[in-house]
Design a protein around this ligand. Structure first.
Ligand SMILES: [Zn+2]
Length: 454
């Protein structure tokens, strides 16, 4: 994390105090605006019917979570009578879960924006689109995301604005512009030659690739994203073909790792997946044409698969009304059935999965649909939940701070009424969201009260 989580706490408190002066009752303001109180030393006790522990895959009955400031102080099933003056949030019989994590989002763009209209969106406008979508994502229960690919470093601006408390949204790791070859999926080939337009992440040859890795890190990338194969929303390239050479991929990954950054790889074709895994990437995103050899390699190298399943289902239903360019429709007709079949095979084979949704291909805030989509393709509900909590945290290198509700992690949690292990679709609409100890949504118990013994 580049900016300390609480680095701007004093600023938020001043703003909060000013708002109280302007609008009166502090509690009603907090509830109405979803900004919440930010007193750093405040103690909050959360009680619920069950707690999902993604580490063991088990449910804990009648959990009592004590939060001090923005961190979890204790998790038990003892009543909190000794904590005088704490604020109580009683979620009744609801199921409490760690805040969800989506490792593949595009917060700075909206669904349907991949064609020529996208050329009219400036980077400042993209950052503001991101502010809107960051809020939707957080309220959907996703308290941390990776944003993998944004022009003009609009994702860096968004991350920093969230960390500063200027806008609400999930914790973010961002990539800045994704690296790719001239004319590839991560270039922009919409305009003819006389405009001499290339996307910012384009780099050809090992030396240029190394320079570009250093450049995106210089301007704020926490993670490096690159395109190893063609894709769907790009004109004139082929998802079945490799783009970067094995040599270029090797330099890219080595330099990223040397500078302390993980590498996320857009890869559709079987060859591109295998070459990227051999080069040492940390995650294969999409992995559409993953074959048995690729599966074996991913298991050998401990590479995460980020299956982006929900858009496969969403796209089938909604694409016909979206007036998308013809090349998008032609490619998706090949991609979608192959992806469903090959993801199911990979799940059966036990490839490690981290939840990622490609949010921005479908409307933001529906990220929870990825849970049932992965279950539809063969994961158990427990495995799907683990992929969106502990596994995603591991891929982000943040196991010590997010992904499970345990002592010392950030107080990021969500709750749903009912049992999501019996009905995975419950995760499409969470009723409670807390990030950093601040409540952003509570449709279960409403305003909080002072803690009392159970
Ligand atoms: Zn994507």
């Amino acid at each position: 994390m580049r900016v300390g989580i609480n680095g701007y706490g004093w600023f938020r408190r001043v703003i909060f105090a000013a708002c109280v002066l302007l609008f009166g009752n502090a509690n009603s303001f907090a509830q109405n605006t979803l900004l919440g109180d930010t007193k750093s030393a405040q103690t909050v006790v959360v009680r619920a019917g069950r707690l999902f522990d993604p580490v063991t895959g088990r449910m804990l009955d009648r959990p009592v979570i004590v939060i001090v400031g923005n961190k979890i102080n204790s998790v038990s099933n003892r009543n909190p009578s000794s904590i005088a003056g704490a604020t109580l949030i009683d979620l009744g019989d609801a199921t409490l879960l760690p805040g969800f994590i989506d490792v593949h989002t595009h917060l700075t763009s909206d669904a349907g924006g991949g064609g020529y209209e996208s050329l009219g969106i400036s980077s400042p406008r993209a950052a503001l689109i991101g502010a809107k979508n960051a809020r939707l994502t957080l309220l959907a229960g996703f308290t941390a995301v990776r944003n993998v690919g944004a022009e003009g470093y609009s994702d860096v601006a968004l991350r920093d604005a969230i960390n500063a408390g200027d806008v609400i949204g999930p914790r973010m790791q961002v990539s800045g512009p994704p690296l790719g070859i001239t004319g590839g999926h991560c270039d922009n080939s919409l305009l003819p030659f006389e405009f001499h337009h290339s996307a910012e992440g384009v780099a050809d040859g090992p030396e240029a690739v190394m320079h570009r890795v250093r450049e995106v890190i210089k301007y704020g990338a926490d993670v490096v994203k690159f395109c190893a194969s063609g894709g769907v929303f790009s004109k004139g390239d082929n998802p079945l073909l490799e783009q970067y050479s094995p040599e270029e991929m090797k330099v890219l990954v080595e330099e990223s790792h040397r500078l302390g950054r993980k590498v996320a790889t857009h890869a559709h074709s079987a060859v591109s997946i295998k070459d990227a895994v051999r080069a040492g990437v940390d995650s294969i995103e999409h992995g559409i044409f993953l074959d048995d050899e690729g599966i074996a390699l991913m298991k050998e190298h401990n590479t995460f698969l980020v299956p982006t399943s929900y858009p496969l289902f969403w796209f089938e239903e909604h694409a016909p009304q979206m007036h998308l360019p013809p090349w998008v429709m032609e490619k998706s007709a090949i991609i979608i059935p192959a992806a469903k079949k090959n993801m199911a095979t990979a799940f059966r084979a036990g490839v490690r999965v981290a939840l990622g949704t490609d949010a921005g291909v479908y409307p933001h805030g529906q990220n929870g649909g990825e849970f049932w989509s992965m279950v539809e393709l063969g994961l158990t509900p427990t495995q799907a939940l683990q992929s969106g909590t502990v596994n995603a945290a591991e891929l982000m290198g943040w196991t010590d701070r997010i992904g499970a509700i345990r002592e010392g992690t950030f107080a990021d949690m969500v709750a749903v009424k009912g049992d999501p292990l019996s009905d995975i679709r419950l995760l499409e609409h969470v009723q409670f969201v807390m990030k950093d100890g601040v409540v952003y949504k509570n449709e279960i118990s409403g305003p909080s009260a002072t803690a009392q013994p159970r």
